[in-house]
Design a binder for this molecule. Structure first.
Ligand code: 6GU
Length: 224
């Protein structure tokens, strides 16, 4: 999977894409992530990428020209299955969407900032608009990182234990069951006996029952 992320705040991505699972996915050659600084595509002398909104109102709007230059250059180099715009008025990201998007070879992620982007960008370049939840972030960058992380861990070979993504919360519309590790008893607090019994089938049933119980208690909406 190749992700081309377009942003006016490239430095924000330094940490998240160079650590842990995402870093390993890149080292293994399973994922390529390229950060493009929108400012590098500015055509005006001050390297501006935003301007006042027509009709007035507070907040700056990202201009179409640098975004067109950047997207068009990328599209001339390879085919993209999706050009995603991260925006709070997009469709809310869920595991089903992540599973679907993780099958794509090449995607562009456009991060909005300030008051957003010129609507013509959305009308003519964007194939999908995604939000990460009903709250407002200062820009699309954190949302792009959340989306990227959710996709990358689904690419085959990225996780060491192949089955691990399949047993995540949400993967079967259930929350994950409780987990424990050593010691089996700590300050008198004991791990459920079933988990140390060695009965694989019974353990699987216990985990499923606990997942259902937890989902009923915390997220009954997922069971509908
Ligand atoms: Cl994608 N962008 C911003 N600015 N805020 C958000 C969001 C995106 N998703 C949830 N809140």
């Amino acid at each position: 999977m190749r992700l081309d992320i377009i942003t006016c705040l490239p430095d924000l991505f330094d940490g998240p894409i160079n650590q842990s699972i995402v870093k390993r996915a890149q080292q293994k050659g399973l994922v390529e992530i390229y950060i493009h600084n929108l400012r590098d595509y500015s055509t005006n002398k001050h390297n501006n990428v935003d301007d006042y909104a027509f009709g007035g109102g507070a907040g700056m709007v990202l201009m179409i020209e640098p975004i067109d230059s950047c997207i068009s250059k990328l599209k001339s180099e390879r085919d993209y299955q999706e050009i995603v715009y991260l925006t709070p008025d997009g469709k809310t990201l869920n595991q089903g969407m992540a599973n679907g998007l993780s099958m794509n070879e090449n995607m562009i992620l456009l991060c909005g900032h300030y008051k957003g982007v010129d609507q013509r960008v959305r009308d003519h370049f964007i194939t999908r608009e995604i939000s990460i939840g009903d709250y407002v972030l200062s820009g699309g960058e954190l949302a792009a990182m959340v989306l990227a992380d959710s996709l990358i861990r689904l690419v085959p070979g990225v996780l060491n234990d192949e089955s691990s993504a399949l047993t995540d919360s949400f993967q079967d519309n259930l929350l994950a069951p409780p987990v424990y590790t050593r010691p089996a008893e700590y300050k008198g607090w004991k791990v459920p006996d079933i988990l140390t019994s060695g009965h694989e089938a019974k353990i699987e049933k216990w985990r499923h029952d606990e997942a259902v119980k937890r989902t009923e208690e915390r997220r009954p909406d997922l069971l509908k």
